[in-house]
Unconditional design. Structure first.
Lengths: 366, 351
């Protein structure tokens, strides 16, 4: 398929693997921030083709995985209310809350619907004026502009039966949190190409400078990853710490100014709790006050008390890149995609799910 | 089990796992297989059922019969390339064909929701009549029930079928051998994407039509050619990956396929890229795999390619000695990975 198969070409991949072997003179650890990149790496076995001296550390860039359990609980509770149509992206449905997930809420009678865009949720609200429609707005800077557009559209249509549970998160503060951690092992970053397609990469330049770390904006196909890793290693070997752009076909330094403007008009930056990591200052979006009527948290009275995470699940360590999924005692035992203990086992972008799906061999399989 | 009173048996799926059935239990993946293994087979286990083939093979004094059943629930009822009526005939015909049988007789049972349009019902039964005529199968018995408005999704159709297995044909997972070739009858993923594209909420500008088709004619030609076919499986829910896993898990062998050899239409690939799906898990309704000695594989591909539905047929892999996983795939960049059975349903991703 054009624009896809040329980025999955075996010969070119092997050439990059060779170039990287020739380039590297010592051990390096690089973090790919985005869960989509993690999946490409594990699915295509890119790490198997890299020299032992290069370690890829999987980052926290899975919006599903980092959505706090308190918010999942709120979502499950709202989805169970009579008269509510609860709209969500598909991969949020099986993320475990404290006692249930959205799929369970649906099985118990809740009207839970998968949508592919927040605009679809607005359409459902317009078509069901007697029902309350709630959209679960999760995602990084990539999905936030469309959520913002949905808010503006709902306002234009004068809808008073449409609200959203907002849990948008932002990448740069998470990178800074990882870099400021005393046990940080990351020496270079692959930044998430699609986030930068919206935001550009100007905001990464001060991070690269402050922490003396190379950052390469990278795409999601196997050859994108190879090239991103190669560019990052070149910087490390040469002692450079710049922001470079591998994903030239989608990303400019300034980003998509229209999308950014749209987002800023609807949202303001706020502190946000990340599941498994904790509160990160300035790392999320919330609705601006003038759009507060679209805030489901205000409209519906739901519990919001703090919740303890599963004691055996080490998803926090995995999301910070300190541990690999298979280093968890529960991995493949108590925790599987069928019965996940932590979100990284659920999402199509979660690191645990990637390892389970493409690498894990079940013991005692009959 | 026979000496235990069935009413004393406790539900073997622990209630703390899933106290209620979820949609994922019907998705064709591991959860559905768990449900079948731990509830259905647990209660009904017998040597014929336990073979877990697409249909049951019944030995009679006059020869072997194949017996299969399938219930059909689909939204929307009419989709590009087919409708629930055609699906209900071909679904059971194909299950019979996978046993090596010539499909002969069919039952049709309808559960209809109060308020369902009579005109739509007529369109559905006309489709069924056309499909049964095309495949030479007769609908010889049936039943209709009407349920209260709101207690059904328009219409559900169950069909059960009987076919005759010609003498000398023995098709089962247990027959596959190391070195056998795996032949796929065409490009995958069309049905799943075609249905998804017309569901509420997705606006994929796709011209993809379901691959819904009867497989009996292709299967008949393969069997007539005397290629010593070891196993066949039609690839429905759960797609190619689940079909291969189901076969391999019942044998001492592993199956290795090569990603670059699997035919996928560009539009299906494109839709999968957007939704975060893997085509090997997407549903089909007119594709099957044939496992047979590798020396006959090229001939099998030729025979399949003589049919319109088989024009993209290809050898996609081989049966290997038992390895660390049931199904392995050489990825497009040459590395190796496991192809696991899907967990529940494929859920579209966020970004």
């Amino acid at each position: 398929m054009k624009y896809v198969s040329e980025y999955r070409d075996r010969d070119t991949a092997l050439k990059y693997a060779d170039l990287i072997k020739q380039l590297v003179t010592r051990k390096w650890s690089i973090m790919e921030v985005c869960g989509g990149q993690t999946h490409t790496i594990v699915k295509y076995g890119i790490d198997q083709l890299l020299p032992d001296t290069v370690t890829l550390i999987h980052g926290p860039g899975c919006p599903v995985c980092v959505t706090p359990v308190e918010l999942i609980n709120q979502a499950v509770e709202i989805a169970g209310f009579e008269n509510v149509i609860f709209c969500s992206f598909g991969d949020m449905l099986r993320v475990p809350g404290s006692t249930d997930d959205l799929l369970g809420a649906k099985a118990s009678g809740g009207d839970v619907r998968i949508v592919y865009s927040p605009i679809d949720a607005v359409r459902i609200a317009a078509g069901n004026p007697e029902r309350e429609v709630v959209f679960f707005a999760v995602g990084f800077e990539t999905t936030a502009p469309v959520t913002a557009a949905a808010v503006l559209q709902a306002e234009r249509l004068g809808l008073d039966n449409f609200t959203m549970l907002v849990s948008h998160v932002l990448v740069p503060p998470a990178i800074e949190t990882i870099l400021s951690s005393p046990d940080c092992a990351v020496q270079g970053f692959l930044a998430a190409g699609h986030v930068c397609a919206i935001m550009g990469y100007i905001e990464y330049e001060p991070i690269a400078e402050k922490y003396s770390v190379p950052i390469v904006v990278t795409g999601f196909e196997p050859l994108d990853i190879f090239e991103g890793v190669y560019m990052c290693l070149q910087q490390l070997e040469q002692g450079r710490t710049e922001v470079e752009n591998q994903y030239l076909r989608a990303v400019s330094r300034e980003g998509n100014l229209t999308a950014v403007e749209l987002m800023r008009s609807v949202f303001e930056v706020t502190d946000r709790k990340w599941r498994g990591i904790g509160k990160i200052p300035g790392s999320g979006f919330r609705l601006r006050d003038k759009f507060s009527k679209f805030d489901a948290g205000r409209k519906f009275k739901v519990s919001s008390h703090e919740v303890e995470e599963s004691e055996i699940c080490i998803s926090g360590e995995v999301l910070r890149g300190n541990k690999k999924p298979y280093e968890c005692a529960a991995f493949g035992a108590e925790c599987t995609p069928e019965h996940p203990l932590g979100a990284p086992m659920v999402s199509s972008e979660g690191a645990c799910a990637a390892y389970y799906r493409y690498r894990y061999v079940r013991k005692n399989d009959e | 089990m026979s000496d235990r009173n069935i009413s004393q048996m406790t539900c073997p799926i622990p209630l703390d796992d899933y106290p209620e059935v979820t949609m994922a239990h019907g998705g064709g993946g591991r959860l559905m297989n768990d449900l079948i293994d731990r509830v259905i087979l647990k209660a009904f286990s017998n040597p014929i059922l336990d073979t877990r083939h697409d249909g049951a093979v019944l030995a009679t004094e006059g020869g072997k019969l194949a017996f299969a059943t399938d219930s059909h629930v689909i939204t929307p009822l009419f989709f590009p390339g087919g409708d629930i009526g055609t699906l209900s005939i071909y679904g059971t015909v194909n299950d019979l064909a996978m046993c090596g049988a010539r499909p002969r007789w069919l039952s049709a049972s309808f559960i209809i929701e109060e308020g369902f349009s009579m005109e739509t019902l007529w369109r559905v039964v006309v489709s069924m009549a056309e499909a049964s005529k095309k495949t030479g199968i007769s609908i010889v018995t049936g039943d209709t029930k009407v349920v209260d408005r709101g207690k059904g999704d328009g219409i559900y159709i169950n069909t059960a079928g009987i076919g005759i297995i010609p003498p000398g044909i023995e098709i089962a997972p247990s027959k596959i051998r190391e070195g056998d070739a795996v032949v796929l009858s065409g490009d995958i993923g069309r049905h799943g994407i075609a249905v998804l594209a017309v569901r509420e909420g997705i606006q994929l500008e796709s011209g993809i039509r379901s691959d819904l088709a009867p497989l009996d004619s292709m299967v008949g030609d393969l069997l007539d050619a005397d290629l010593n076919v070891h196993c066949m499986r039609d690839l429905t829910r759960g797609g190619l990956a689940s079909g291969l896993n189901e076969i391999a898990s019942m044998t001492d062998c592993s199956i290795r396929i090569e990603e670059n050899l699997i035919p996928v239409h560009d539009e299906v690939q494109g839709a999968c890229e957007i939704l975060g799906f893997d085509p090997i898990y997407v549903a089909n309704e007119g594709k099957f795999i044939t496992i047979l000695p590798s020396r006959y594989a090229d001939r099998a591909v030729e025979i399949l390619r003589d049919h319109e539905e088989g024009s993209q047929a290809a050898i996609i892999g081989y049966v290997e000695k038992s390895s660390y996983a049931d199904v392995l795939m050489t990825s497009s960049i040459g590395s190796e990975r496991i192809v696991d059975m899907m967990s529940g349903e494929q859920l579209p991703r966020i970004c």
